[in-house]
Design a binder for this molecule. Structure first.
Ligand SMILES: [Zn+2]
Ligand SMILES: [Zn+2]
Length: 327
């Protein structure tokens, strides 16, 4: 499925089998690919257009069909996952310091690099993850962005954050709520006003409290993670955290943040963003996912119904994570 310009419909194109992978690459046959809010931001033109047609999709699960020269540690037939960060330079100061998520030359899967809304994809072998057993292909897909970037946001909250608020209870929050609950933290879920299905899911997955995002929590929070791309929630989240607390914005795009009194930031509250992910985040989170049996709520679509999946995500028509299935 190809997008030739932002705001245009995704189109299905047919092509020959992809070429044999180049040095350092693997060719993967897609079996499942998650549909992420970032895909919507790309399709809707809210992120810069890369200057060429885009095959979206950066939560790719599949099996390796061919290895390029020089690839070690992976095997033909192996099930792997491809995340959002698809290539980094390995040489810049950020890469050298283990902060490859900030590499200025990084290329992203399903944006600069062809993504998983396709039968096959070529990936840089250094940025491919082995996946924990115990999750089916469709279940494993949301681990690769909702899980991974959710994990990075969650670790930024700090190990001493006991009461955690999650704003926007979609794919990422429904995974991180379970991890937080498993680790003995108190989860407060803030959902779109009136979204009773998301509230019910949050409580079922261990949240101590669930309410509308325009309400204050019943107790001050140590940390708030924002997964909804709604800038107006930032001042609300700052008012919900205690002095010394932190608000983490986890999305790649957000509507403008309205101005607010300095008093809401005062008290050494911190407001930070999370950008992308590192391979270390991936290794850590996938180890957690292997030990905590996460319940992963998916809403599946055949690959050629990707436009419908994106529409449903935009309109909030399902709970959990949308996943395209390979054919
Ligand atoms: Zn994503
Ligand atoms: Zn770099």
């Amino acid at each position: 499925m190809v997008l030739t310009a932002p705001g245009q419909p995704l189109r299905e194109i047919w092509r020959q089998q992809l070429p044999l992978p180049a040095a350092g690459q693997v060719r993967i046959r897609m079996s499942a690919c998650g549909v992420c809010r970032t895909d919507l931001h790309i399709v809707d033109g809210e992120l810069p257009w890369p200057g060429h047609a885009v095959v979206p999709g950066h939560e790719i699960v599949g099996r390796i069909g061919a290895l390029g020269p020089g690839v070690t540690g992976l095997a033909v037939g192996q099930r792997v996952g491809v995340p959002w960060v698809g290539w980094t330079c390995g040489r810049c100061a950020y890469c050298q310091a283990g902060r490859e998520n900030l590499c200025p030359q990084a290329e992203f899967t399903g944006w600069q690099r062809e993504g998983g809304y396709a039968d096959q994809v070529l990936a840089d072998a250094r940025h491919v993850f082995a996946l924990p057993e115990g999750y089916g292909d469709a279940q494993a897909a949301p681990l690769l962005c909702a899980g991974l970037i959710g994990w990075r946001a969650y670790t930024m909250a700090g190990a001493d954050a006991r009461r955690i608020g999650l704003y926007g209870f979609g794919a990422a929050a429904h995974l991180i709520a379970q991890v937080a609950h498993h680790q003995g933290r108190e989860v407060h879920a803030f959902t779109r006003p009136g979204d009773t299905a998301a509230r019910a899911l949050a409580l079922e997955l261990g949240a101590a409290w669930a309410g509308d995002s325009d309400q204050p929590p019943p107790v001050p929070l140590d940390a708030a993670l924002l997964f909804a791309p709604v800038g107006a929630l930032v001042p609300k989240a700052l008012q919900a955290v205690r002095p010394g607390g932190i608000v983490v914005c986890a999305g790649i795009h957000m509507s403008d943040i309205p101005s607010f009194p300095y008093a809401w930031l005062w008290g050494e509250r911190r407001l930070v963003s999370v950008a992308n992910l590192t391979r270390r985040d991936g290794d850590e989170f996938l180890r957690v996912a292997a030990t905590v049996a996460l319940q992963i709520h998916t809403h599946t679509y055949p690959l050629d119904q990707a436009p419908q999946a994106l529409d449903d995500l935009r309109a909030g028509r399902f709970t959990g994570a949308a996943v395209l299935l390979g054919r």
